[in-house]
Design a protein. Sequence first.
Length: 219
Amino acid sequence: MLQNDIQPTEFLSYQESIEKIKDILAANKDPNIITFLLRAQLKVLKYLNDENFNCLVPWDKRTGLPSHPSMAADAQKYMNFYQCSDDLKSVLNSFLCWSLFAREELICCCGGSLLKPRKVSLDIMLNHVLRVEVIDGDYCLVVKQLVGAGCSNKGHLKNHYNFGKMSQLIDNLSIIFIAEICLNLKSSKIDSRLPASQKADQFNLEEFERRIALATDEI
């Protein structure tokens, strides 16, 4: 059994939490999804707390980071206090549920009995799942990024994407991109390990990453 299995959470004051988050961000200049969440949480803690109100912050002693449920919750709170673009709202929402990232309309002939051109609406959905795992003897925060294509016509999804896994939670949603990264915090430095991904060839990853980067740069 690894250390801190029984009581993995400790509660720190908002002042101490702010200083710890600042130290982590200062040691990790390269942006990633966790530094994005930490920047959002930092601004929320500063907004909510003052000398008259001190909200304790749960930290996960296994990962050395704020507990991932608290990071996801503060991502939601960020939208209540600050202006956000639609893309940023989608990214923030995606840590709690599937979130609409983009909507496209196209003319398509596939799936019809007479192959007549028809208008097809396609929703691009985004979801981030956070969990703690033991990897190579260390506790890590695992971030799983999922992108789904939603369409009322399942035939369209099957004809247009060479990779897709149908969602078990949302009807007519095919998961066309899966990426996973494991983050371990040692001496304030985030060590990324075991990155892995799967994607449909038709998914424009470069454009998706560009929009994600622009959205997360807003914070």
